[in-house]
Design a protein around this ligand. Structure first.
Ligand SMILES: *Cc1c(COP(=O)(O)O)cnc(C)c1O
Length: 386
C-alpha cells in the first residue's frame, strides 16, 4: 500500500465555515434558529430556484437531517397509520424508514434501466393494483435521484397527476443535478436535501425540506420545533418533532455554499474522465446521463460489470481496490430485498436486483484527483482483462 487512502466522498471545507461559526458564537446564537439558518435557507432558495419561474413560490426549511425532511414531508401530507406510500425500491433505507415512523406501509417500486430510478410504467401499474386490492390510493410517492442521476420526472409526475397523488423528491444525493433545465428537489410537491458528511456539501449533519410555498414552510417549521401553538404558555394540539437545524450547522452550510459549484464541477470532471477511460469497454459500463434532459451532479460515479462475460464480480474488484487503499462500495441493496422490509408489498422487474449484483460505486469526492481516477480505472481493467 504505497499511496494515500482514496475515499468514495469525503467532506471538504472551503475555509469560510469558521467565520460563520465564529459570528454565531460572538452573537450567542448557539441555538436551533438564528441568522445563519435564515441566510442558509435564502442561499439555498436562490440556488435552487433562480431562473425557474415554476419554482418561484418554493421555500426552504433547514432541518437536522435529510431523513427528518422526509419524515416532515409525510407529516405535512397527512400520512398516518395504515396508509400506503409508494417508494423507490432502489435506494438507501432513509428514503423509506420515515414511512414506517408514521405507522404507514411502504410499497416498493422497481427501477427503469436508463436512469436507474423509479420506473414510471411500474409506478402506474403499482398504483392501479393497490387501488384494486385495498380500495384506497397510496398517499404519496417517494422518488429518488440516486447517485445524483435525475429520475424520469416528467413521466413520474404525469402518473402522479393522473392519480392525484403528491410526489416527494428525495434529492439527498442530487444537490445541483438538473432535469430539463430545472434543479432536482424543485420538481415534486416536496423535495428533500441532505447535508450529511458524505454528501455534495455538508453541515456536519443536516437536511432541508423544499416546500411548495410559504404556508407549507411555516407548517414545516411548526412541526420541526415541537408544534408549539401561539400561547404564552406551551400548548400543544399536534405531536411535534425536534428537527430544526442549529445555527452552528447552518454556519457550516453557508461556508459550504461558497464552494458548492466547485464541488459539483469537480464531481462532473471526474465523471467525464471515468467515462472517457471506460469508453469502448464491453466489460465495464459507466453510468452516465441517459439523455441531454438530465445533468447529474455525479455525486458518486458508478459502473456495471459484465459479470456473465468476465466471471468477475463487483466484490472481486472491491477487494482488489481495497488492497490498494481505494474505497469502493456495492450499489444500494434494494429495499424489497431487505430483511426488515420482507413483508412490504413490492412491484419488481429485476432491474434493481441486477444493478445490485453487478454494480460498484467508485471514488468521486473533492479529494479524488484525475490521477487517482486513471489509476483506479487501470486497476479495474486489469481485473476484467480489458
Ligand atoms: C443520505 C440520504 C438520505 C438521508 O439523509 P440524512 O441527512 O443522512 O438523514 C435519504 N435518502 C438518500 C437517497 C440518501 O442518500
Amino acid at each position: 500500500m504505497s499511496h494515500k487512502k482514496i475515499h468514495l466522498c469525503l467532506a471538504h471545507m472551503s475555509g469560510n465555515e469558521q467565520r460563520f461559526i465564529d459570528e454565531a458564537f460572538a452573537d450567542n446564537w448557539v441555538v436551533p434558529l438564528g441568522p445563519n439558518v435564515d441566510a442558509f435557507e435564502d442561499e439555498l432558495k436562490k440556488y435552487l430556484t433562480e431562473g425557474n419561474p415554476d419554482a418561484a413560490n418554493k421555500e426552504i426549511a433547514a432541518v437536522s437531517a435529510g431523513t427528518a425532511a422526509i419524515h416532515l414531508a409525510l407529516v405535512l401530507l397527512g400520512v398516518g397509520k395504515g396508509d400506503e406510500v409508494i417508494c423507490q425500491s432502489f435506494t438507501f433505507a432513509a428514503s423509506a424508514n420515515p414511512v414506517t415512523y408514521q405507522g404507514a406501509v411502504p410499497v416498493f417500486v422497481d427501477s427503469e434501466s436508463a436512469s436507474w430510478n423509479m420506473s414510471p410504467e411500474l409506478l402506474d401499474h403499482a398504483i392501479a393494483d393497490r387501488v384494486a386490492k385495498t380500495g384506497r390510493k397510496p398517499k404519496a410517492i417517494i422518488v429518488v435521484h440516486l447517485y445524483g442521476m435525475p429520475a424520469m420526472m416528467d413521466e413520474i409526475c404525469a402518473v402522479a397527476a393522473k392519480w392525484e397523488i403528491p410526489v416527494i423528491e428525495d434529492a439527498a444525493e442530487a444537490l445541483g443535478s438538473v432535469y430539463k433545465g430545472k434543479k432536482c428537489s424543485t420538481l415534486g410537491t416536496y423535495g428533500i436535501l441532505s447535508f450529511n458528511g458524505n454528501k455534495m456539501i455538508t453541515t456536519s449533519g443536516g437536511g432541508a425540506l423544499v416546500c411548495p410555498d410559504m404556508e407549507s414552510k411555516k407548517r414545516c417549521v411548526f412541526f420541526s420545533t415541537q408544534a408549539r401553538e401561539p400561547f404564552p404558555y406551551y400548548q400543544h394540539e399536534h405531536i411535534g418533532f425536534n428537527y430544526r437545524m442549529s445555527n452552528i450547522c447552518a454556519g457550516i452550510g453557508r461556508g459550504q455554499m461558497t464552494i458548492l459549484e466547485e464541488h459539483i464541477a469537480h464531481h462532473r470532471k471526474l465523471a467525464a474522465l471515468y467515462q472517457e477511460l471506460f469508453a469502448g469497454s464491453d466489460n465495464i459500463m459507466f453510468h452516465s446521463d441517459p439523455t441531454t434532459d438530465s445533468q447529474s451532479n455525479y455525486w458518486l460515479n458508478t459502473i456495471l460489470i459484465n459479470t456473465n462475460k468476465t466471471g468477475v464480480t463487483p466484490e472481486d474488484i472491491r477487494l482488489h481496490l481495497q488492497s490498494l487503499n481505494v474505497e469502493t462500495r456495492p450499489l444500494w441493496k434494494p429495499m424489497h430485498l431487505q430483511p426488515v422490509y420482507a413483508n412490504a408489498p413490492a412491484y419488481v422487474n429485476g432491474v434493481s436486483e441486477l444493478l445490485f449484483t453487478q454494480g460498484l460505486c467508485l471514488p468521486s469526492g473533492p479529494w479524488v484527483t484525475p490521477d487517482d481516477v486513471k489509476m483506479i480505472v487501470s486497476e479495474i481493467k486489469k481485473c476484467v482483462n480489458d
